[in-house]
Design a protein around this ligand. Structure first.
Ligand SMILES: Nc1ncnc2c1ncn2[C@@H]1O[C@H](COP(=O)(O)OP(=O)(O)OP(=O)(O)O)[C@@H](O)[C@H]1O
Ligand SMILES: [Mg+2]
Length: 373
């Protein structure tokens, strides 16, 4: 590099640096101003830096006044044009920022927002994040609403279901107290039955509230599915016999499942009891267990006469008892059994579903197969 060139570089750098420093100071002062001012300032500083460098160098190199005039004019025209362009480009930035603000306000108002897609990368990243947050927020709100709704329904159903037997109990107790009961023995038996039914309902409610609160204390251990099924069948056999329902099980002795013993018994017990209750005399209820790929499958097939496919999902809702059982009788449940089954199965990372099969329906529980250590 010649000596002249070194001088040019030094002079141009010094002038541009001076303009840069002034620009930085102004930038600091207007740091809270709208984004377009910053963009305009960047363009102005860049152009002014060039102009200052050119003028400074030209003067030092003793360019003729005419040449200097031409150079300054060229710089001034390019400076104005590029500053205008900078302001134009900054308008797009301002628009993006405004869109972002609109999105944030919409998220706050609980509306669904979508990422615009054509904004600069950084703004798009923020917009995408906002869109995801809004999705999560809406999901959470929907879940919350649904939970609240089911809680309200549950309270309504429970009060309704408790009021009837309580009124009966009071009437019976008063009759006994007044000595007007014709058959006190029968009254006592009936009162005992009602009390048992109510306390099992309260137990179910307690279990459900623990499931909903995520407060289940499961002790996962390897269990023989066959043993659990045999136990449930033994428990339901007396009821099945009085109803004339044939109850049978078919589980291979080697099917092992990892689960909480009490919870699994409850799952199978609730399904078997439902099946027995909904199968007419001379019908068959069959409980089967097997391994299917990566899952353990337990099915309970009954002779209930089939279910409306619209009800396949509803049966698992809290308090759902079909359309026939809005008024509780001695044999109607509280509609909690299947909600408990689903809650417990899901706590075991499994699924439960129902479908029609033959002249009845089939509930299938799928649990993850224990990994072989
Ligand atoms: N095996 C089945 N066959 C036909 N319908 C069934 C069967 N199991 C359940 N249902 C229907 O689903 C409803 C809900 O069942 P769920 O076990 O949750 O409640 P419930 O048996 O009525 O009362 P609970 O189990 O709380 O005593 C039942 O009322 C019935 O209408
Ligand atoms: Mg039930």
């Amino acid at each position: 590099m010649t000596k002249d060139q070194v001088t040019v570089v030094l002079i141009a750098s010094a002038w541009s640096l001076g303009v840069g420093v002034i620009g930085a100071l102004i930038g600091w002062r207007i740091r809270r101003a709208p984004i377009r001012w910053s963009a305009g300032l960047i363009a102005a500083v860049a152009v002014a830096g060039v102009v200052a460098g050119v003028i400074g160098t030209a003067r030092a190199m003793f360019l003729s006044a005419h040449d200097l005039g031409v150079v300054v004019l060229v710089c001034a025209v390019s400076g104005v044009v590029s500053s205008l362009f900078a302001l134009l480009l900054a308008r797009a930035l301002t628009r993006s920022a405004r869109r972002l603000r609109g999105m944030a306000a919409a998220v706050g108002a609980g509306q669904e927002v979508r990422s615009p897609g054509n904004d600069p990368a950084e703004i798009r990243a923020v917009a995408d994040e906002l869109a995801r947050s809004s999705e999560r927020l809406l999901d959470a709100q929907a879940r919350e609403r649904q939970l609240e709704q089911s809680r309200r329904e549950l309270v309504a159903w429970v009060s309704h279901d408790l009021r009837t037997p309580l009124a009966g109990l009071r009437a019976m107790a008063e009759a006994l107290d007044d000595g007007i009961a014709t058959d006190p023995q029968r009254y006592h038996r009936q009162m005992l039955r009602e009390t048992n039914r109510m306390s099992s309902m309260v137990d179910d409610l307690f279990e459900l509230s623990r499931i909903h609160a995520g407060a289940l204390n499961l002790t996962m251990q390897p269990l023989s599915l066959r043993d659990v099924v045999s136990e449930s069948i033994a428990g339901a056999t007396p009821v099945a016999r009085t109803r004339g329902v044939e109850l049978g099980g078919r589980v291979h002795s080697q099917v092992e499942v990892r689960a909480d013993a009490a919870a699994l018994s409850r799952i199978v017990g609730n399904l078997v009891m439902n099946a027995v209750r909904h199968t007419p005399a001379d019908g068959v209820v069959l409980v089967e267990g097997r391994t299917a790929g990566g899952t353990i499958e337990l099915s309970v097939t009954d002779g209930c006469g089939g279910m409306d496919p619209d009800e396949f999902e509803s049966v698992f809702e809290v308090g759902w008892r079909g359309n026939h059982a809005r008024t509780p009788g001695p044999d109607t449940g509280a509609g909690l059994g299947l909600a408990i089954v689903r809650g417990l199965v899901e706590a075991h990372h499994g699924t439960v579903a129902v479908s029609n099969h033959g002249d009845g329906c089939r509930f299938i529980v799928q649990l993850p197969r224990p990994t072989v250590a």
